[in-house]
Design a protein around this ligand. Structure first.
Ligand SMILES: NC(=O)c1ccc[n+]([C@@H]2O[C@H](COP(=O)([O-])OP(=O)(O)OC[C@H]3O[C@@H](n4cnc5c(N)ncnc54)[C@H](O)[C@@H]3O)[C@@H](O)[C@H]2O)c1
Length: 328
């Protein structure tokens, strides 16, 4: 059993506590500054130990830690953990600026500490299979990637007006909160974004003024991309399509399936459909992180890949402000 410290017991922190416990490979303890919340999670999940600050927690040693605080704290906390050789899983987005990033990268290299970033879509079996099809070039090289999706954020986070979501400086808005998952997945499949232009607006969500609707046109080297997302449409929808030279593949996140199409005037063919509970991807992510600690398995999303996606987030915000293309 590995001893895992979850830092931040909010919405995603509680899920990590539960999902690491579900692996049956970890003893989970919690660091949470809010006394009432900390006690509720300790009671709900029968945690053997908890801490009210990272300073207190770091008097002890842990095999691994999961950073589940708001984004501005991710890099400073990761640096403290890496400095103590504690394997670290960092929630997305990696940060809200590039401050401290090169120092963190240098420390990870110097201390050889396992680090991974929690872009959990990479755990999705349908997306993994779709990526294999793209990588195999069964339909030739990818030439275009297109995303269309959205969901009703207030339904999933009724407290959205009271959390990090309200401000860009705390990691909020559709670009840093939601689109970043899709951008990271797209970069994983067709390569890093090399330039982009973005448009975004606050259209619907009550009580906040960050963007809830966003369009981004991207270039990934020779591949052309377009991404269209909102956080207010009633129905859940998440379609990522990769057009290749002789056919197309599609990931449908809301249906946990992937499809192909290669006949002109033909139909989409369902390749595989999976039955998944919401925790499944997070349990799989927890197992991957535990493998990284135990056997040196490769991280599912490396620090370098998440730095690239951070640059995409920042470029999209800059492009919305300047109304210009931004090179990455
Ligand atoms: N991968 C996903 O699907 C997913 C989903 C939700 C959130 N997230 C990300 O996870 C992070 C947290 O999001 P959330 O929704 O859980 O936020 P939240 O506001 O619900 O929880 C954050 C918690 O961190 C605690 N905290 C703040 N400072 C602390 C400190 N110094 N020490 C210990 N605890 C501290 C707060 O008290 C709070 O309980 C964000 O970066 C968010 O983008 C990822």
């Amino acid at each position: 059993m590995k001893k895992i410290l979850v830092i931040g017991g909010g919405s995603i922190g509680a899920r990590h506590v539960r999902c690491f416990q579900k692996t049956e490979r970890a003893t989970v303890v919690l660091c949470e500054t809010n006394d009432g919340l900390r006690q509720r999670i300790v009671d709900s999940y029968a945690l053997p130990q908890s801490f009210e600050s990272l300073d207190d927690a770091l008097d002890e040693h842990f095999d691994g830690a999961v950073i589940c605080t708001p984004a501005p704290l991710h890099v400073p906390m990761a640096r403290r953990l890496v400095d103590r050789r504690i394997a670290t899983l960092i929630e997305k987005p990696l940060s809200i600026s590039v401050t401290g990033i090169s120092e963190l990268q240098a420390e990870v290299r110097a201390y050889q500490t396992p680090v991974s970033v929690a872009y959990v879509l990479r755990q999705h079996p349908a997306l993994i299979e779709m990526k294999k099809a793209v990588d195999s070039e069964v339909f030739g090289r990818p030439v275009q990637i297109a995303y269309m999706g959205g969901q009703h954020f207030p339904f999933y986070r009724p407290a959205y007006r009271e959390i990090y979501y309200t401000k860009h400086e705390t990691g909020g808005g559709a670009i840093q909160d939601a689109l970043t998952h899709v951008m990271n997945a797209a970069e994983w499949i067709v390569g890093p974004v090399t330039r982009l232009i973005a448009d975004a607006e606050h259209c619907v969500l009550d009580g906040v003024d960050v963007e809830d609707t966003v369009h981004v046109i991207t270039r990934h080297g020779v591949v052309l991309g377009a991404f269209c997302m909102n956080q207010h449409q009633p129905v859940n929808e998440s379609r990522l399509t990769v057009m290749c030279e002789r056919g197309a593949v599609r990931f449908e996140g809301h249906r946990h399936r992937w499809l192909t199409s290669s006949e002109p005037n033909g139909l989409w063919r369902v390749e595989q459909e999976f039955s998944l509970e919401r925790d499944d991807l997070f349990v799989s992510q927890a197992n991957g992180f535990l493998d990284q600690i135990a056997d040196g398995a490769a991280p599912v999303c490396t620090l370098e890949e998440s730095v690239q996606t951070l640059k995409v987030n920042l470029a999209a915000l800059e492009s919305v402000r300047t109304e210009k293309w931004v090179k990455i």
